[in-house]
Write a protein that binds this ligand. Sequence first.
Ligand code: 4AD
Ligand code: MG
Length: 470
Amino acid sequence: MFPKRSLVREALASPPGGKIVLAGWVRTLRCSKGGFSFITVNDGSCFESIQVMAEASLSNYESVVVRLTAGCSVLVRGELAASPGKGQAVELKASEVELLGRADETFPIQPKKHTMEFLRTVAHLRPRTNTFGAVARVRNAVCAAVHGFFQERGFLYVHTPIVTGSDCEGAGQMFRVSTLDFEKPPRGADGKIDYSQDFFSRPTFLTVSGQLEGETYACALDKIYTFGPTFRAENSNTPRHLSEFWMVEPEMAFCDLDDDADLAEAFLKHILSKTLERCPKDVAFLSERNDKTLPDTLKHIIQSDFVRLSYTEAVEILKASGKTWEFPVSWGVDLQTEHERYLTEEKFKKPVILMNYPAKIKAFYMRMNDDAADHGGERTVAAMDVLVPKIGEIIGGSQREERLDVLEGRIRAMNMKPEDYGWYLDLRRFGTVPHAGFGLGLERTVQFVTGMSNIRDVIPYPRVPRSAEF
Ligand code: 4AD
Ligand code: MG
């Protein structure tokens, strides 16, 4: 059995005097002329590394200790001693330093500044840097806060499928799942590929959202959430898009759009406050690195009411802003990141919940509002997007269309076939109820909390167009 060891986090919180065993990876080595060396060792249990003091009297001092380099793994036995240096209360005075695994000078993570672009090429080693260690712990804290929030409120965690036959967003941006031979796929009499011979005897894809299946459980068990990987084959090379990302999707029966917005606001505030509480050092380091105003911004957001605005009001504000937009604004256009950021960063300086978007720019399942007269015949749907500074859209949701005839009409109007959504329409045939939900992008949330500017740096192995390394 591996020797029972303390984590660096525990050691740093302990009083001097205790004898402990530690294991981790060397970050730096500093040999002093006076016949001793300082080794900083990190084990990922917290942001800080511990300082290990090794004296020349150790039997392997010359053969091992002074030859340690960044990346070596070590096991250290010793006694905690009051640290004379600033910053840390204790250091470890080694009685034994055992080299577990050598890392030579080709180890890519040397103690110096590396660019994010370079670190993406060594994504398997980047968690050994301060930045990626901090991001990983924050990401974990965000996920724990997600579950904590819903579990405390009686939401059931439901696992929706990853392989699916239905296109939730109706946008056709799905990755196909198939075992057919690409070189010679079976073809029917019409010359088209015969998917009845495919693995599932039908066309199948990776899910773009667990919402539709989530709705079926909400319409039986009241409040549910799903939280899983999500895939979009859209060709977006931006700092806010991934082809594979994680989405949290709550769904509530007996709810309307205002209830949905209330839940979204409480949820986001909960995530921010729990993460700040759990990872103060990581957030402090990341804000120093990325955006010094971050902790204050997050605290301000936790305490303030989000702005709630209709899409129509937002368009008026954008038109009256006096700005020149790359994408001009008029009623009916989809809002772009530049517009979302203006509203949250300049106009209101806090999160904004935009509600009631034009039907023609939103998905088929959103509930139709009865307001055509207000917009020259154009109708809106009960949609809700939560926009935050720096990121733009972090949550997208809606009240769902619960009226069978209206929903069927909407599906047809979007050139889709109601037959393809039979089971989904059944929820409207058998005991339909008003219900609503939303999706929160996990990576955009981690970006928001960490100030990391590129979404590729908040997921361990980013998948984006033309890149799926590791
Ligand atoms: O607005 P979206 O597309 O909404 C849905 O998928 C709904 N079915 C959710 C629901 O109502 N249950 O996506 C929701 C959120 C976005 O606000 C964004 O934060 C994130 O998912 N998102 C992405 N994150 C990273 N990369 C992408 N390509 C993303 N697409 C959406
Ligand atoms: Mg959206």
